[in-house]
Write a protein that binds this ligand. Structure first.
Ligand SMILES: Nc1ncnc2c1ncn2[C@@H]1O[C@H](COP(=O)(O)OP(=O)(O)OP(=O)(O)O)[C@@H](O)[C@H]1O
Length: 264
């Protein structure tokens, strides 16, 4: 269970001005929940995720994981980044085993665990390749395997499939769903895609900008497991209805922030 209480974060901009990225954000993420986060560009989604990961400090408020305050990064949380953030000089095997190595796991054990995960994300046979030899989709599979290798309780995903083509994205979504169905981690997943938010999430958090706040939380009562027939799910009336609702809400938010037209 992740509890976020009255979280505030302000950055100092390049011109010295203050940018209020998060304003009194309150959010609970339930155990084993798949929570997706949607909102206009710049509303503070990445900032929120980095705070939960313990990668950046915040100004005010609390983040608790199973009752323990977050004070920095920890073995209970793993992050997957949009730009993969792999070690370019290291092989797939070493990239996936990296977190285990950092935790002092011996070579034989970490390589065994890494091989299992590499297979799970469909990369068996690529263990000795380097990231530069892989497509974007394959690199993100490595990123996912690396995050899972340390057996985190919480997986924090920052637009992980934003940089891959549509077809690859679909495959990765299906794979992520089936991994989550098997392991039941708690996932917080940022996306720009309404379809992706609905397809994956138990609930969709809608954030609004300036300052970044939670505007609404929309439950997604679509049946699980969803990985086996994503196509059928997307054709269901419920899916279409929720996606349309999110679109309306996002459009309203956009309108609210549009500068008023000059009179006359
Ligand atoms: N290091 C920083 N220094 C100054 N301002 C920052 C910094 N990081 C983010 N910001 C500002 O904070 C606000 C929130 O940024 P953040 O990246 O969290 O938003 P986001 O919702 O993830 O955006 P996007 O959807 O475009 O990725 C934005 O106005 C951004 O310009």
């Amino acid at each position: 269970m992740i509890e976020i209480r009255e979280l505030r974060k302000t950055y100092v901009g390049q011109d010295g001005g203050l940018v209020e990225a998060l304003h009194d954000v309150d959010l609970d993420v339930r155990p084993n929940e798949f929570l997706t986060v949607l909102g206009p560009s710049g509303c503070g989604k990445t900032t929120l995720l980095k705070c939960v990961a313990g990668l950046i400090p915040w100004d005010d408020g609390d983040i608790l994981i199973d009752g323990t305050p977050v004070r920095g990064p920890g073995p209970d949380r793993s992050m997957v980044f949009q730009n993969f953030a792999l070690l370019p000089w290291a092989t797939v095997l070493d990239n996936v085993a990296f977190g285990l190595r950092m935790r002092g796991v011996g070579r034989a054990e970490r390589e065994e665990r890494a091989r299992v995960l590499i297979k799970k994300v469909g990369l068996a046979g690529f263990e000795t390749k380097r990231p530069g030899e892989l497509s974007g989709g394959m690199q993100q599979r490595v990123g996912l395997a690396r995050a899972l290798a340390v057996q985190p309780q919480v997986l924090l995903m920052d637009e992980p499939f934003g940089a891959v083509d549509e077809q690859t994205r679909r495959l990765l979504q299906e794979e992520l769903l089936s991994i989550w169905e098997e392991h039941r981690l708690t996932v917080v997943f940022i996306t720009h895609s309404m379809e992706e938010a609905v397809l994956l999430g138990d609930r969709v958090v809608l954030m609004s900008a300036r300052p970044g706040q939670i505007a609404e939380i929309v439950p997604v009562p679509l049946e699980r497991p969803r990985s086996s027939d994503v196509g059928a799910l997307e054709r269901s009336g419920q899916y279409v209805e929720i996606t349309a609702y999110l679109w309306d809400r996002l459009r309203d938010m956009h309108e609210e922030h549009r500068p008023a037209k000059a009179a006359g």
